[in-house]
Design a protein around this ligand. Structure first.
Ligand SMILES: [Zn+2]
Length: 304
């Protein structure tokens, strides 16, 4: 069983507090992981309020303890209080991750703008978001990012084509079952897409059958495929903070079952691009998540 932990860092607080805690735990457990960091401003207050409003604001706030999870400052970021830079506030935290052997990649520039307005900002807007994000990454790490993970698992043709032109090693923008190459308007893109295969914790939290940590852990253990690559996206703001103990228990349970933890760059390095299935990227919805996400569509051409 292979497990790739894809750690999305969406907020200032997540990078400041969640990331160092996660990195220490993963190091202690001897577990490899890949961090995808939002490079621009933290406007997450808008997104958090939107998500919780969409899903029954009050009951969700109580059930998931959103305030303790995100903190008041984050919830107000970009709403009542000014947004704070994410990556540029903690360049030393990011460089420290690299020094400790973790993989790093770009998780967009303005996470909220991308997630809420991807289709409104036009091709130039998409390219500007990407350009700004990769520039900040380079400024902090003095090298180019080799990968991209779309905020909110949302992408469109402009983003797919622009990212493909960058010649990245891979992208991880969608939800799906196994690595593939995307077809956009009849053209097969070169860059492999390595989709997230498991539901995220915030999608399953609050389910009536998963009310305690043990049940959630068993749920994930049951979903992990023994003879496949399992890509699990976690969040610095969730598994790195309020859910750290529960997530640590899951990591240990996976280790006990013989899981091998891999970084997505290792997965990308061994992929034979010519042999990957070619799939359309489709839009769909997921239980427990507001709005649409991009997903691996039906196989268009299977290369032999
Ligand atoms: Zn994110």
């Amino acid at each position: 069983m292979e497990v790739a932990l894809k750690i999305d860092v969406d907020t200032h607080q997540g990078l400041e507090q969640g990331v160092p805690r996660l990195a220490s735990m993963l190091e202690r457990e001897g577990v490899a992981a890949s961090f995808y960091i939002t490079m621009g401003p933290d406007n997450s207050g808008r997104a958090i309020l939107r998500v919780f409003r969409n899903r029954g604001f009050l009951s969700k706030m109580f059930r998931t303890k959103a305030v303790s999870m995100y903190g008041t400052r984050t919830i107000l970021s970009g709403t009542l209080l000014p947004s704070r830079p994410i990556a540029l506030s903690f360049p030393e935290v990011i460089r420290d991750l690299r020094a400790r052997g973790f993989e790093l990649g770009v998780h967009g520039y303005d996470h909220v703008r991308w997630q809420d307005h991807l289709d409104d900002i036009g091709d130039d807007g998409v390219r500007k978001e990407l350009g700004d994000a990769f520039e900040v990454y380079r400024a902090i790490l003095d090298e180019a990012s080799r990968s991209f993970a779309a905020p909110g698992w949302r992408t469109n043709n402009a983003a797919l084509v622009a990212l493909d032109a960058m010649g990245l090693d891979y992208r991880s923008d969608t939800r799906g079952v196994a690595p593939y190459r995307c077809v956009v308007e009849g053209r097969v893109l070169a860059t492999p897409e390595i989709p997230t295969t498991l539901p995220t914790l915030d999608e399953v939290m609050g389910r009536a059958d998963l009310l305690d940590d043990g049940a959630v852990r068993q749920f994930y253990l049951g979903l992990c495929k023994p003879d496949a690559l399992n890509v699990h996206t976690i969040h610095a703001e969730t598994e790195g903070m309020g859910q750290l103990d529960s997530f640590t228990a899951l990591v240990r349970a996976l280790k006990e079952r013989g899981a091998k933890f891999v970084q997505l760059r290792e997965v990308a390095a061994r992929l034979n691009r010519a042999e990957l299935p070619v799939c359309e990227v489709v839009r769909t919805t997921l239980p427990g998540r507001a709005g649409w996400i991009s997903a691996q569509g039906p196989v268009r051409i299977a290369f032999e």
